[in-house]
Design a protein around this ligand. Structure first.
Ligand SMILES: [Fe+2]
Length: 530
Protein backbone atom coordinates (compact mmCIF):
# COMPACT_ATOMS: atom_id res chain seq x y z
CA UNK A 1 0.00 0.00 0.00
CA UNK A 2 1.26 3.45 -0.92
CA UNK A 3 0.12 6.24 1.37
CA UNK A 4 1.07 9.90 1.20
CA UNK A 5 0.63 11.76 4.50
CA UNK A 6 -0.11 15.47 4.55
CA UNK A 7 0.01 18.02 7.37
CA UNK A 8 -1.36 21.40 6.37
CA UNK A 9 -3.96 22.52 8.86
CA UNK A 10 -2.23 24.50 11.63
CA UNK A 11 1.50 24.94 11.21
CA UNK A 12 4.69 23.26 9.97
CA UNK A 13 3.22 21.81 6.76
CA UNK A 14 4.93 18.56 5.83
CA UNK A 15 4.55 15.45 3.70
CA UNK A 16 5.55 11.83 4.26
CA UNK A 17 5.39 8.64 2.22
CA UNK A 18 4.81 5.12 3.55
CA UNK A 19 5.14 2.20 1.12
CA UNK A 20 4.26 -1.35 2.20
CA UNK A 21 4.61 -0.39 5.84
CA UNK A 22 8.01 1.30 5.45
CA UNK A 23 8.64 5.02 5.93
CA UNK A 24 10.57 6.01 2.81
CA UNK A 25 10.46 9.82 2.90
CA UNK A 26 9.32 12.67 5.13
CA UNK A 27 10.07 16.37 4.89
CA UNK A 28 8.82 19.76 5.99
CA UNK A 29 7.75 22.30 3.41
CA UNK A 30 9.94 25.01 4.99
CA UNK A 31 13.09 23.20 3.86
CA UNK A 32 11.97 23.65 0.24
CA UNK A 33 10.18 27.02 0.38
CA UNK A 34 12.85 28.54 2.71
CA UNK A 35 10.10 30.16 4.77
CA UNK A 36 10.45 29.27 8.45
CA UNK A 37 7.57 27.04 9.63
CA UNK A 38 6.21 26.98 6.07
CA UNK A 39 3.36 29.41 6.65
CA UNK A 40 1.67 31.53 9.30
CA UNK A 41 -0.31 29.51 11.86
CA UNK A 42 -3.67 31.18 11.16
CA UNK A 43 -7.01 29.66 10.04
CA UNK A 44 -6.96 31.39 6.66
CA UNK A 45 -3.67 29.72 5.73
CA UNK A 46 -5.18 26.24 6.13
CA UNK A 47 -5.53 25.86 2.36
CA UNK A 48 -1.74 26.08 1.85
CA UNK A 49 -0.37 22.62 1.16
CA UNK A 50 3.14 21.18 1.44
CA UNK A 51 3.24 21.00 -2.35
CA UNK A 52 6.99 20.86 -2.80
CA UNK A 53 7.52 18.36 0.00
CA UNK A 54 4.73 16.13 -1.35
CA UNK A 55 6.08 16.24 -4.90
CA UNK A 56 9.56 15.43 -3.64
CA UNK A 57 8.30 12.43 -1.59
CA UNK A 58 6.71 10.97 -4.74
CA UNK A 59 9.77 11.72 -6.84
CA UNK A 60 12.02 10.05 -4.26
CA UNK A 61 10.04 6.81 -4.65
CA UNK A 62 9.61 7.13 -8.41
CA UNK A 63 5.83 7.44 -8.08
CA UNK A 64 3.24 9.67 -9.68
CA UNK A 65 0.10 10.88 -7.84
CA UNK A 66 -1.99 8.27 -9.67
CA UNK A 67 0.16 5.48 -8.15
CA UNK A 68 -1.05 6.29 -4.62
CA UNK A 69 -3.59 4.12 -2.83
CA UNK A 70 -4.45 6.81 -0.28
CA UNK A 71 -3.62 10.31 0.86
CA UNK A 72 -3.97 10.78 4.63
CA UNK A 73 -4.71 14.32 5.80
CA UNK A 74 -4.01 14.95 9.50
CA UNK A 75 -7.26 16.70 10.39
CA UNK A 76 -10.88 15.61 10.27
CA UNK A 77 -13.24 18.55 9.68
CA UNK A 78 -16.21 16.36 10.69
CA UNK A 79 -14.90 16.51 14.27
CA UNK A 80 -14.49 20.31 14.32
CA UNK A 81 -17.00 22.08 16.51
CA UNK A 82 -18.69 25.38 15.84
CA UNK A 83 -16.15 27.84 17.06
CA UNK A 84 -16.69 31.50 17.62
CA UNK A 85 -13.01 32.30 17.16
CA UNK A 86 -12.42 34.68 14.24
CA UNK A 87 -11.92 32.94 10.91
CA UNK A 88 -12.25 29.48 12.46
CA UNK A 89 -14.98 28.48 10.02
CA UNK A 90 -12.50 29.08 7.20
CA UNK A 91 -10.22 26.42 8.65
CA UNK A 92 -13.07 23.89 8.55
CA UNK A 93 -14.11 24.91 5.04
CA UNK A 94 -10.57 24.65 3.72
CA UNK A 95 -10.13 21.26 5.36
CA UNK A 96 -13.31 19.97 3.67
CA UNK A 97 -11.92 21.20 0.34
CA UNK A 98 -8.47 19.69 0.89
CA UNK A 99 -9.11 16.75 -1.50
CA UNK A 100 -9.73 19.21 -4.35
CA UNK A 101 -6.76 21.39 -3.36
CA UNK A 102 -4.56 18.28 -3.28
CA UNK A 103 -5.79 17.15 -6.68
CA UNK A 104 -4.94 20.59 -8.08
CA UNK A 105 -1.47 20.55 -6.50
CA UNK A 106 -0.69 16.99 -7.54
CA UNK A 107 -2.11 16.54 -11.06
CA UNK A 108 -3.36 13.01 -11.61
CA UNK A 109 -4.42 12.51 -7.99
CA UNK A 110 -7.92 11.16 -7.50
CA UNK A 111 -9.51 13.34 -4.77
CA UNK A 112 -11.63 10.32 -3.76
CA UNK A 113 -8.58 8.63 -2.17
CA UNK A 114 -8.03 11.44 0.36
CA UNK A 115 -8.84 10.30 3.91
CA UNK A 116 -9.28 12.57 6.93
CA UNK A 117 -7.38 11.31 9.98
CA UNK A 118 -8.24 12.88 13.37
CA UNK A 119 -5.39 15.19 14.31
CA UNK A 120 -4.50 13.46 17.58
CA UNK A 121 -4.84 9.99 16.05
CA UNK A 122 -2.19 11.19 13.58
CA UNK A 123 0.07 12.46 16.40
CA UNK A 124 -0.47 9.17 18.27
CA UNK A 125 0.40 7.08 15.20
CA UNK A 126 3.49 9.23 14.55
CA UNK A 127 4.94 7.87 17.76
CA UNK A 128 3.11 4.65 18.72
CA UNK A 129 3.47 3.15 15.22
CA UNK A 130 6.90 4.65 14.42
CA UNK A 131 8.68 3.86 17.70
CA UNK A 132 11.52 1.32 17.71
CA UNK A 133 9.58 -0.80 20.27
CA UNK A 134 7.85 -2.59 17.39
CA UNK A 135 4.85 -3.66 19.45
CA UNK A 136 2.23 -2.65 21.96
CA UNK A 137 2.81 0.46 24.06
CA UNK A 138 1.08 3.28 25.89
CA UNK A 139 0.76 6.53 23.95
CA UNK A 140 0.43 10.11 25.16
CA UNK A 141 -0.26 13.09 22.90
CA UNK A 142 0.07 16.52 24.52
CA UNK A 143 -0.65 19.26 22.03
CA UNK A 144 -1.90 22.79 21.47
CA UNK A 145 -5.12 21.77 19.78
CA UNK A 146 -6.66 19.39 17.30
CA UNK A 147 -10.25 19.54 16.02
CA UNK A 148 -11.86 19.94 19.46
CA UNK A 149 -9.34 18.54 21.91
CA UNK A 150 -5.78 19.10 23.09
CA UNK A 151 -4.74 15.79 24.63
CA UNK A 152 -5.05 12.07 24.07
CA UNK A 153 -3.92 9.12 26.18
CA UNK A 154 -4.26 5.52 25.13
CA UNK A 155 -2.47 2.41 24.02
CA UNK A 156 -1.57 0.62 20.81
CA UNK A 157 -2.72 -2.99 20.58
CA UNK A 158 -1.76 -4.78 17.38
CA UNK A 159 -1.31 -1.42 15.64
CA UNK A 160 -4.79 -0.27 16.67
CA UNK A 161 -5.25 2.82 18.82
CA UNK A 162 -7.36 2.33 21.93
CA UNK A 163 -8.25 5.72 23.39
CA UNK A 164 -8.46 5.91 27.17
CA UNK A 165 -8.69 9.65 27.80
CA UNK A 166 -9.05 12.84 25.83
CA UNK A 167 -9.11 16.45 26.95
CA UNK A 168 -11.42 18.83 25.19
CA UNK A 169 -10.70 22.47 24.49
CA UNK A 170 -10.41 25.14 25.81
CA UNK A 171 -8.20 23.26 28.31
CA UNK A 172 -4.84 22.90 26.60
CA UNK A 173 -1.31 22.57 27.95
CA UNK A 174 0.09 23.53 24.56
CA UNK A 175 -2.06 26.66 24.21
CA UNK A 176 -1.22 27.65 27.80
CA UNK A 177 2.48 27.49 26.95
CA UNK A 178 1.86 29.35 23.68
CA UNK A 179 0.01 32.12 25.56
CA UNK A 180 2.95 32.48 27.93
CA UNK A 181 5.37 32.49 24.98
CA UNK A 182 3.46 35.39 23.44
CA UNK A 183 3.20 37.22 26.76
CA UNK A 184 6.97 37.06 27.14
CA UNK A 185 7.42 38.75 23.77
CA UNK A 186 8.26 35.65 21.72
CA UNK A 187 6.55 34.19 18.68
CA UNK A 188 3.78 31.77 19.62
CA UNK A 189 3.73 28.33 17.96
CA UNK A 190 7.42 28.80 17.29
CA UNK A 191 9.49 30.03 20.24
CA UNK A 192 8.20 27.83 23.06
CA UNK A 193 11.66 26.28 23.46
CA UNK A 194 13.01 29.73 24.36
CA UNK A 195 10.56 29.88 27.27
CA UNK A 196 11.80 26.46 28.40
CA UNK A 197 15.39 27.72 28.27
CA UNK A 198 14.45 30.92 30.12
CA UNK A 199 12.71 28.86 32.83
CA UNK A 200 15.98 27.31 33.97
CA UNK A 201 17.30 30.75 34.97
CA UNK A 202 14.95 31.18 37.95
CA UNK A 203 12.96 29.54 40.73
CA UNK A 204 9.24 28.73 40.23
CA UNK A 205 8.03 31.33 42.73
CA UNK A 206 4.42 31.14 41.46
CA UNK A 207 4.19 27.35 41.57
CA UNK A 208 1.45 27.24 44.22
CA UNK A 209 -0.67 29.59 42.13
CA UNK A 210 -0.09 27.44 39.04
CA UNK A 211 -1.19 24.37 41.00
CA UNK A 212 -4.47 26.19 41.73
CA UNK A 213 -4.97 27.12 38.07
CA UNK A 214 -3.89 23.83 36.47
CA UNK A 215 -5.39 20.68 37.97
CA UNK A 216 -5.65 17.04 36.89
CA UNK A 217 -8.48 14.53 37.31
CA UNK A 218 -9.56 11.27 35.62
CA UNK A 219 -6.71 11.23 33.14
CA UNK A 220 -7.38 14.81 31.97
CA UNK A 221 -6.86 18.33 33.27
CA UNK A 222 -8.53 21.69 33.78
CA UNK A 223 -6.96 25.11 33.35
CA UNK A 224 -8.57 28.29 34.65
CA UNK A 225 -7.50 31.60 33.03
CA UNK A 226 -4.25 33.06 34.36
CA UNK A 227 -3.79 36.84 34.49
CA UNK A 228 -0.21 36.96 33.26
CA UNK A 229 0.01 40.73 33.77
CA UNK A 230 -0.46 40.42 37.53
CA UNK A 231 2.62 38.15 37.68
CA UNK A 232 4.89 39.92 35.20
CA UNK A 233 4.19 42.62 32.63
CA UNK A 234 5.38 41.85 29.08
CA UNK A 235 9.10 42.63 28.75
CA UNK A 236 9.95 46.13 27.58
CA UNK A 237 12.87 45.17 25.40
CA UNK A 238 14.71 43.28 28.13
CA UNK A 239 13.89 40.01 29.88
CA UNK A 240 13.99 40.41 33.67
CA UNK A 241 14.12 38.02 36.60
CA UNK A 242 10.32 38.20 36.96
CA UNK A 243 9.94 36.87 33.41
CA UNK A 244 12.23 33.94 34.12
CA UNK A 245 10.34 33.27 37.37
CA UNK A 246 7.03 33.20 35.54
CA UNK A 247 8.45 30.87 32.89
CA UNK A 248 9.91 28.63 35.62
CA UNK A 249 6.56 28.45 37.43
CA UNK A 250 4.58 27.38 34.36
CA UNK A 251 7.35 25.02 33.26
CA UNK A 252 7.49 23.30 36.65
CA UNK A 253 3.70 22.88 36.79
CA UNK A 254 3.69 21.51 33.24
CA UNK A 255 6.24 18.89 34.31
CA UNK A 256 4.14 17.92 37.33
CA UNK A 257 0.96 17.64 35.28
CA UNK A 258 2.60 15.49 32.60
CA UNK A 259 4.00 13.22 35.31
CA UNK A 260 0.54 12.88 36.84
CA UNK A 261 -1.01 12.11 33.43
CA UNK A 262 1.72 9.57 32.60
CA UNK A 263 1.21 7.88 35.96
CA UNK A 264 -2.54 7.65 35.35
CA UNK A 265 -1.90 6.17 31.91
CA UNK A 266 0.50 3.60 33.35
CA UNK A 267 -2.05 2.61 35.99
CA UNK A 268 -4.66 2.12 33.27
CA UNK A 269 -2.53 0.17 30.80
CA UNK A 270 0.20 -1.57 32.78
CA UNK A 271 2.43 -1.04 29.74
CA UNK A 272 6.20 -0.79 30.26
CA UNK A 273 6.73 1.45 27.25
CA UNK A 274 5.46 4.94 26.54
CA UNK A 275 5.47 6.72 23.17
CA UNK A 276 4.90 10.49 23.12
CA UNK A 277 4.12 13.17 20.53
CA UNK A 278 2.38 16.54 20.16
CA UNK A 279 4.07 19.92 20.40
CA UNK A 280 4.37 19.68 24.20
CA UNK A 281 6.48 16.51 23.76
CA UNK A 282 9.24 18.75 22.39
CA UNK A 283 9.68 19.95 25.99
CA UNK A 284 12.81 17.94 26.75
CA UNK A 285 12.96 19.02 30.40
CA UNK A 286 9.50 17.55 31.00
CA UNK A 287 10.37 14.45 28.96
CA UNK A 288 13.34 13.72 31.19
CA UNK A 289 11.24 13.98 34.32
CA UNK A 290 8.73 11.52 32.80
CA UNK A 291 11.60 9.17 31.97
CA UNK A 292 13.50 9.56 35.26
CA UNK A 293 10.63 9.88 37.73
CA UNK A 294 7.67 8.33 35.90
CA UNK A 295 6.49 4.72 35.97
CA UNK A 296 7.53 3.65 32.45
CA UNK A 297 10.74 1.69 31.76
CA UNK A 298 11.14 3.14 28.28
CA UNK A 299 10.02 6.49 26.88
CA UNK A 300 10.30 7.30 23.19
CA UNK A 301 9.42 10.64 21.60
CA UNK A 302 8.80 11.14 17.90
CA UNK A 303 11.59 13.50 16.68
CA UNK A 304 9.00 15.45 14.67
CA UNK A 305 6.73 15.65 17.72
CA UNK A 306 5.10 18.89 16.52
CA UNK A 307 2.56 19.10 13.74
CA UNK A 308 5.07 18.24 11.01
CA UNK A 309 5.09 14.72 12.44
CA UNK A 310 1.36 14.30 11.79
CA UNK A 311 2.13 13.89 8.07
CA UNK A 312 3.95 10.65 8.88
CA UNK A 313 1.45 9.77 11.60
CA UNK A 314 -1.56 10.16 9.30
CA UNK A 315 0.12 7.95 6.68
CA UNK A 316 0.98 5.26 9.26
CA UNK A 317 -2.55 5.42 10.68
CA UNK A 318 -3.99 4.85 7.23
CA UNK A 319 -1.49 2.08 6.44
CA UNK A 320 -1.95 0.25 9.75
CA UNK A 321 -3.90 -2.61 8.18
CA UNK A 322 -0.58 -4.10 7.11
CA UNK A 323 2.57 -4.73 9.19
CA UNK A 324 4.46 -1.49 9.86
CA UNK A 325 8.21 -1.13 10.35
CA UNK A 326 9.54 1.38 12.93
CA UNK A 327 10.80 4.57 11.34
CA UNK A 328 14.44 4.01 10.39
CA UNK A 329 15.73 7.33 11.75
CA UNK A 330 15.08 11.04 11.45
CA UNK A 331 17.11 11.40 8.25
CA UNK A 332 14.11 11.06 5.96
CA UNK A 333 14.54 14.22 3.86
CA UNK A 334 16.54 15.13 0.78
CA UNK A 335 20.00 13.72 0.15
CA UNK A 336 22.51 14.48 -2.60
CA UNK A 337 25.02 12.45 -4.56
CA UNK A 338 28.72 13.41 -4.53
CA UNK A 339 28.48 14.41 -8.20
CA UNK A 340 25.50 16.67 -7.54
CA UNK A 341 27.33 18.37 -4.67
CA UNK A 342 30.50 18.84 -6.73
CA UNK A 343 28.47 20.38 -9.54
CA UNK A 344 27.03 22.97 -7.13
CA UNK A 345 30.54 23.79 -5.85
CA UNK A 346 31.85 24.19 -9.39
CA UNK A 347 28.94 26.39 -10.42
CA UNK A 348 29.57 28.62 -7.39
CA UNK A 349 33.27 28.80 -8.35
CA UNK A 350 34.40 28.16 -4.80
CA UNK A 351 37.73 26.53 -4.01
CA UNK A 352 37.21 23.06 -2.59
CA UNK A 353 39.22 19.95 -1.86
CA UNK A 354 38.45 16.25 -1.38
CA UNK A 355 40.54 15.10 1.59
CA UNK A 356 41.50 11.45 1.97
CA UNK A 357 40.22 11.44 5.56
CA UNK A 358 37.35 13.88 5.96
CA UNK A 359 36.67 12.96 9.59
CA UNK A 360 40.28 13.67 10.56
CA UNK A 361 40.26 17.06 8.80
CA UNK A 362 37.04 18.07 10.57
CA UNK A 363 38.21 16.79 13.97
CA UNK A 364 41.49 18.74 13.62
CA UNK A 365 39.59 21.92 12.72
CA UNK A 366 37.31 21.49 15.73
CA UNK A 367 40.27 20.81 18.02
CA UNK A 368 41.79 24.06 16.67
CA UNK A 369 38.58 25.82 17.77
CA UNK A 370 37.20 26.32 14.27
CA UNK A 371 33.46 26.34 13.53
CA UNK A 372 32.42 23.66 11.03
CA UNK A 373 29.28 23.43 8.90
CA UNK A 374 28.49 19.75 8.50
CA UNK A 375 26.33 18.69 5.55
CA UNK A 376 26.03 14.92 5.14
CA UNK A 377 23.35 12.45 4.06
CA UNK A 378 19.60 13.04 4.10
CA UNK A 379 18.19 16.03 5.97
CA UNK A 380 16.33 15.66 9.26
CA UNK A 381 12.56 15.41 9.72
CA UNK A 382 11.59 17.59 12.69
CA UNK A 383 13.11 20.66 14.33
CA UNK A 384 16.46 19.26 15.50
CA UNK A 385 19.75 19.03 13.65
CA UNK A 386 21.05 15.52 14.29
CA UNK A 387 24.31 15.40 12.39
CA UNK A 388 22.99 15.80 8.86
CA UNK A 389 22.66 19.59 8.69
CA UNK A 390 24.64 20.66 11.75
CA UNK A 391 26.97 23.37 12.93
CA UNK A 392 29.80 21.84 14.97
CA UNK A 393 32.22 23.47 17.40
CA UNK A 394 34.62 22.76 20.25
CA UNK A 395 32.78 22.37 23.61
CA UNK A 396 35.89 22.97 25.73
CA UNK A 397 35.72 26.78 25.55
CA UNK A 398 32.92 28.60 27.38
CA UNK A 399 33.18 31.47 24.88
CA UNK A 400 31.90 29.18 22.14
CA UNK A 401 28.35 29.49 23.48
CA UNK A 402 28.38 33.23 22.73
CA UNK A 403 30.28 32.65 19.50
CA UNK A 404 27.72 30.14 18.20
CA UNK A 405 24.80 32.34 19.22
CA UNK A 406 26.51 35.19 17.34
CA UNK A 407 26.92 33.02 14.24
CA UNK A 408 23.23 32.25 14.42
CA UNK A 409 22.20 35.77 15.50
CA UNK A 410 20.14 34.64 18.47
CA UNK A 411 19.61 35.41 22.16
CA UNK A 412 22.49 34.81 24.54
CA UNK A 413 20.43 32.84 27.07
CA UNK A 414 19.90 30.13 24.45
CA UNK A 415 21.93 26.99 25.18
CA UNK A 416 23.82 24.92 22.64
CA UNK A 417 23.89 21.17 22.82
CA UNK A 418 26.47 18.38 22.81
CA UNK A 419 26.67 15.29 20.64
CA UNK A 420 28.52 12.40 22.23
CA UNK A 421 29.54 8.89 21.27
CA UNK A 422 26.75 6.66 22.53
CA UNK A 423 29.29 4.23 23.97
CA UNK A 424 30.79 7.01 26.12
CA UNK A 425 27.59 8.86 27.10
CA UNK A 426 27.30 7.27 30.55
CA UNK A 427 30.76 8.55 31.51
CA UNK A 428 29.67 12.16 31.05
CA UNK A 429 25.91 12.32 31.43
CA UNK A 430 23.29 11.02 33.88
CA UNK A 431 19.50 10.93 34.50
CA UNK A 432 18.32 11.06 30.85
CA UNK A 433 17.98 7.98 28.65
CA UNK A 434 20.87 6.49 26.65
CA UNK A 435 20.62 6.10 23.71
CA UNK A 436 19.08 9.51 23.09
CA UNK A 437 19.54 9.98 19.34
CA UNK A 438 17.00 12.76 18.82
CA UNK A 439 17.87 15.42 21.44
CA UNK A 440 14.49 15.19 23.12
CA UNK A 441 15.72 14.78 26.71
CA UNK A 442 18.05 16.75 28.97
CA UNK A 443 20.78 14.99 30.92
CA UNK A 444 22.71 16.01 34.01
CA UNK A 445 26.34 16.66 33.17
CA UNK A 446 28.46 14.76 35.69
CA UNK A 447 30.23 17.27 37.99
CA UNK A 448 33.73 16.22 36.90
CA UNK A 449 32.87 17.06 33.30
CA UNK A 450 31.16 20.42 33.78
CA UNK A 451 34.36 22.45 33.58
CA UNK A 452 35.68 20.38 30.69
CA UNK A 453 32.79 21.06 28.31
CA UNK A 454 31.55 24.46 29.52
CA UNK A 455 30.08 25.57 26.18
CA UNK A 456 27.32 22.94 26.36
CA UNK A 457 26.52 22.96 30.09
CA UNK A 458 23.35 24.87 30.84
CA UNK A 459 23.08 27.15 33.93
CA UNK A 460 21.34 24.34 35.84
CA UNK A 461 24.10 21.81 35.11
CA UNK A 462 22.16 20.00 32.38
CA UNK A 463 22.71 19.47 28.66
CA UNK A 464 20.41 18.40 25.82
CA UNK A 465 22.41 15.46 24.59
CA UNK A 466 22.41 13.68 21.25
CA UNK A 467 24.01 10.25 21.42
CA UNK A 468 25.67 9.12 18.19
CA UNK A 469 25.77 5.51 16.98
CA UNK A 470 25.36 3.72 13.65
CA UNK A 471 26.84 6.71 11.84
CA UNK A 472 30.42 5.69 10.96
CA UNK A 473 31.55 9.08 9.61
CA UNK A 474 30.23 11.14 12.52
CA UNK A 475 31.50 8.57 15.02
CA UNK A 476 34.95 8.89 13.44
CA UNK A 477 34.82 12.68 13.87
CA UNK A 478 33.99 12.23 17.57
CA UNK A 479 36.68 9.56 18.03
CA UNK A 480 39.33 11.69 16.32
CA UNK A 481 38.31 14.76 18.33
CA UNK A 482 38.54 12.65 21.50
CA UNK A 483 42.01 11.44 20.50
CA UNK A 484 43.18 15.02 20.09
CA UNK A 485 41.46 16.60 23.10
CA UNK A 486 40.43 13.79 25.48
CA UNK A 487 36.79 14.86 25.05
CA UNK A 488 34.31 12.59 23.18
CA UNK A 489 31.87 15.48 22.67
CA UNK A 490 31.36 18.22 20.11
CA UNK A 491 28.91 21.10 20.04
CA UNK A 492 25.99 20.45 17.69
CA UNK A 493 23.45 23.06 16.69
CA UNK A 494 21.31 23.44 13.60
CA UNK A 495 22.85 24.65 10.37
CA UNK A 496 20.98 27.86 9.73
CA UNK A 497 21.08 31.54 10.57
CA UNK A 498 18.50 33.38 12.66
CA UNK A 499 14.94 33.23 11.38
CA UNK A 500 15.82 30.93 8.48
CA UNK A 501 14.84 27.28 8.14
CA UNK A 502 17.56 24.70 8.45
CA UNK A 503 19.81 24.32 5.42
CA UNK A 504 18.52 21.57 3.15
CA UNK A 505 20.27 21.71 -0.25
CA UNK A 506 23.96 22.17 -1.12
CA UNK A 507 23.14 25.64 -2.37
CA UNK A 508 21.51 26.53 0.97
CA UNK A 509 24.69 25.31 2.63
CA UNK A 510 26.88 27.57 0.51
CA UNK A 511 24.61 30.56 1.16
CA UNK A 512 24.76 29.93 4.92
CA UNK A 513 28.54 29.40 4.81
CA UNK A 514 29.04 32.55 2.76
CA UNK A 515 27.01 34.78 5.05
CA UNK A 516 28.25 33.75 8.49
CA UNK A 517 31.63 33.34 10.20
CA UNK A 518 31.91 29.60 9.67
CA UNK A 519 35.52 28.44 9.15
CA UNK A 520 34.98 25.24 7.24
CA UNK A 521 32.18 23.57 5.30
CA UNK A 522 32.27 19.76 5.13
CA UNK A 523 29.77 18.91 2.42
CA UNK A 524 29.64 15.31 1.25
CA UNK A 525 33.27 14.25 0.71
CA UNK A 526 34.35 17.86 0.02
CA UNK A 527 35.75 20.62 2.19
CA UNK A 528 35.43 24.35 1.57
CA UNK A 529 37.60 26.64 3.69
CA UNK A 530 37.10 30.31 4.43
FE1 LIG B 1 -0.82 19.12 16.72
Amino acid sequence: MRVLGINAIFHDPAAALVIDGHTVAAAEEERFSRRKHGKRPVPFSAWELPEMAAKWCLEKAGLTPSDLDAVAYSYDPALAEDDTAPWEELRTTYAWRAPQFLAAALPGLDPEIVRFVPHHAAHAASTGLAAPFGGNCAVLVADGRGECGSYLAGRYENQMLVKLAEQRLPHSLGLLYEDLTEHLGFLRSSDEYKVMALASHAEPVHLDLMREHITTADGGFQITPIEWNTLAKPPDGELLQEHAELAASVQRRLEEVLLELATWLHDQTGERRLAMAGGVALNCVANTRIFAEGPFDEVWVQPAAGDAGTALGAALHEASGEPLAPMPGADLGRGWGDDEIEQVLRTAKVVYEKPADLAAVVARALADDKIVAWFQGRSEYGPRALGRRSLLANPCYAANLERMNDVKGREQFRPIAPMVLESRAHELFARGPVPSPYMLFVHDVRPEWRDRIPAVVHVDGTARVQTVANDPLLERVLQEFDRRTGVPVVVNTSLNTAGRPMVDSPRDALECFGSSPIDLLAIGPYVVRR
